[in-house]
Design a protein around this ligand. Sequence first.
Ligand SMILES: CC(C)(COP(=O)(O)OP(=O)(O)OC[C@H]1O[C@@H](n2cnc3c(N)ncnc32)[C@H](O)[C@@H]1OP(=O)(O)O)[C@@H](O)C(=O)NCCC(=O)NCCS
Length: 231
Amino acid sequence: MLRADGAQDLGLHGLRGAGVLLLRGRVAETTGMVRPVVRIDVDLVEMRHPCRLGCRRKREQEMAVLFVTEGLTVRSSEPSDMAALLSVYKQCEDFLSLGPVPTASMEMIVADIDHSTAAKGLFCVIENMEGETVGVLDFWPRAAPHVAVLSLLMISRGYRKKGYGRAIVNALESYLQAKHEVRTIAAGVQVNNPDAIRFWRSCGFQIGAAARLHEDGTTVHEMRKTIKPAM
Ligand SMILES: CC(C)(COP(=O)(O)OP(=O)(O)OC[C@H]1O[C@@H](n2cnc3c(N)ncnc32)[C@H](O)[C@@H]1OP(=O)(O)O)[C@@H](O)C(=O)NCCC(=O)NCCS
């Protein structure tokens, strides 16, 4: 748009993570017949945030990323993830049905997040490259000195057996070792979930102490993996 002072609005230019720059300037010179070359003297630069909230949310999400592996991003969950989390939980009702409450609900997710928070855990979403939430990971990095607990790993039904679970466990091990000096990871696995026991075994976990009956009626093996110190 040409303004009365001869200056021209030159459009909006995206600035990753920081909003948008509105450049305003004066067309100072035009040369060439076929492809005119336009030199622009920018005399005013102004910050605008047309998507103030969206930008802030994106920045916060970027900050909350714990690790990225094989196209999967693991980041802390936020209130805005609740609908996507519910969808993952619903996709995992085959797993939930092995426990005391077979049906996914918001209340269940809130209770899981509260439980994680009380244990100083990190309740995370797992996103693929398309930005779809494909799973949930909850872990407690400092459950005991040098010991982390992997409290929950669920991959949505449609995304299983693609190597996602293994990739997440491998990357989590590196993360815990580097950031929290963890040497042992423990995971509780219900005795009536032989598929999961096979999965953890294939990831290098071994059944530890005898299975224990929990208050919620489930009987759980503790599976453990010792992480080799980095060379
Ligand atoms: C268990 C779970 C996390 C595995 O994730 P995944 O992405 O499907 O697993 P991967 O594709 O990375 O498979 C890794 C290995 O486990 C094996 N595996 C995975 N699911 C399996 C199953 N249902 N039966 C047998 N083996 C299985 C794979 O064959 C693979 O072994 P391989 O590399 O030697 O072939 C996923 O199936 C899931 O979310 N299940 C429901 C929730 C659950 O049970 N969570 C564990 C609670 S403790």
